[in-house]
Ligand binder design. Structure first.
Ligand SMILES: C[S@@+](CC[C@H](N)C(=O)[O-])C[C@H]1O[C@@H](n2cnc3c(N)ncnc32)[C@H](O)[C@@H]1O
Length: 421
């Protein structure tokens, strides 16, 4: 990033007058100062309910948040400051992918729209959002800044027609795709395909709005996880591949929490190197994230989503495993399994998923520990059963893991092995 690029972002941000906030509470006095104390309290309540997975709150949230200009800019600017400054820098670094006509979907109060308008004075930008109040604030912001090359429209992107050189979408996927129904403990491939199926109707909509040889640019709140993998797979089915050099992960503070976003430029054909093998690309990102050099070599522990990548890449044979459910058909609580490692016959792999904490871990252990590993997953399954959960044996049929019989009595284990572990 060149210093004049940083200066451009900084001067744009100071012109709108937004400042980072390190907690939701820190936004209160600012909102109060612009006469928005009661709006603040209502928006805070909606956001807190949303974190507890309340559905259907988007409309109420946006309408309250964007009730008037000063409140909308103060609240949104403080809340999203770190994400937006990072996004603006990334846009500048990738400005060659913004064509003469740009469609921005889900513009909210126009912070990104005005940045695009200012950065590309000779391009025509159309920014759409579902809600009137958002569009009104966005238009006011553009008027105040003297930005004339952005036209704002209230529209549902799902119903839009027309084609643009660049379609740009920042943080709109979650409001248009419901991913909650997937079994979170299954294999990475299964999970990613599940996400792809759910995302595909939305990626179809975006892809149809891009002109031939145009670019689809997206930044979404995902980890390097099955949802991101599913997003890449869905766009590839639409004929869009990621231009590898544009890929970036943003790790930013959102108030006092960590937030992670994946950004990239997608197109149908390009001179630039494209990601055609998504699985290899995803494996590499995931290993970099977990600090693993090479899954075919010597590694010890693969945490988080990398644990599932490690299984996909390394499993030779399933040995034994258990899954624990809340009730008979409830949510998966735990999953434990032991496998042999195809790249290292001297090692065995142990996968552990602990639902309540979200912990996932694959450990690559010496072959000598195989029996102790089996003993240890049996003990975990017995403990879960004692705690009132429903425990099933996992069976593998042609490499696909399925739920087997329910375990009704404690699993007998060799006491000699137990002493060893
Ligand atoms: C999380 S906000 C992101 C705002 C902005 N893109 C950014 O990243 O700062 C999502 C925005 O997308 C809008 N939106 C979601 N789905 C939409 C749709 N189908 N059509 C139009 N706007 C939509 C919402 O109204 C909201 O303003």
């Amino acid at each position: 990033m060149k210093s004049n690029e940083l200066e451009f972002v900084d001067s744009f941000i100071s012109e709108i007058g937004i400042y980072p906030a390190d907690s939701l509470e820190a936004l209160y006095p600012r909102c109060e100062a612009v006469g928005g104390a009661s709006n603040y309290l209502q928006v805070k309540k909606i956001i807190e309910a949303r974190h507890e997975n309340a559905e259907g709150l988007d409309k109420t949230l946006y309408n309250k948040k964007n009730a008037n200009y000063d409140f909308a800019v103060t609240f949104t600017g403080g809340y999203d400051y770190n994400y937006l400054s990072r996004l603006f820098q990334w846009i500048q670094n990738n400005e060659q992918y913004f064509g003469d006509t740009i469609l921005e979907v889900g513009c909210d109060i126009g912070l990104v729209s005005c940045f695009l308008g200012r950065l590309f004075p000779d391009k025509q930008i159309t920014s759409v959002d579902k809600y009137d109040k958002s569009i009104k604030v966005a238009q006011t912001m553009a008027d105040k800044m003297g930005i004339r090359n952005v036209s704002f429209r209230r529209a549902d992107v799902l119903k839009l027609t027309g084609r643009y050189d660049t379609v740009f979408s920042s943080r709109t996927m979650h409001e248009n795709v419901k991913n909650g129904s997937l079994d979170m403990s299954y294999s990475l491939i299964e999970l990613s395909r599940g996400h792809k199926q759910l995302i595909k109707p939305y990626s179809d909509v975006l892809a149809k709005l891009v002109s031939d040889d145009g670019y689809l640019i997206s930044a979404e709140r995902c980890n390097i996880d099955p949802m991101f993998y599913g997003w890449l797979l869905a766009l590839q089915e639409n004929g869009y591949n990621l231009i590898e050099e544009t890929y970036s992960q943003f790790k930013v503070k959102e108030l006092n929490k960590d937030a992670i976003f994946q950004a990239g430029v997608f197109c149908k054909s390009s001179e630039s190197p494209m990601v055609d093998d998504i699985s290899t690309f995803f494996t590499r990102l995931s290993c970099d994230e977990a600090g693993i050099d090479d899954l075919m070599g010597n590694w010890g522990r693969a945490p988080g989503w990398t644990s599932l990548v490690a299984l996909d890449v390394c499993v030779d044979q399933f040995v034994e495993g258990y899954m624990t459910l809340r009730g008979y058909s409830g949510n998966p609580v735990c999953r434990y399994a032991v496998y042999t490692n195809k790249y290292d016959k001297d090692s065995s792999l142990v996968y552990q998923y602990v639902g309540p904490t979200g912990l996932r871990l694959t450990s690559n252990t010496f072959a000598a520990y195989k029996d102790a590993n089996i003993s240890s997953i049996r003990q975990s399954a017995n403990k879960d059963m004692k705690n009132g959960f429903t425990v099933y044996r996992i069976v593998s049929e042609n490499g696909v893991e399925k739920r087997g019989d329910q375990i009704k009595k404690p699993i007998l284990d060799n006491p000699l092995l137990r002493r060893d572990c």
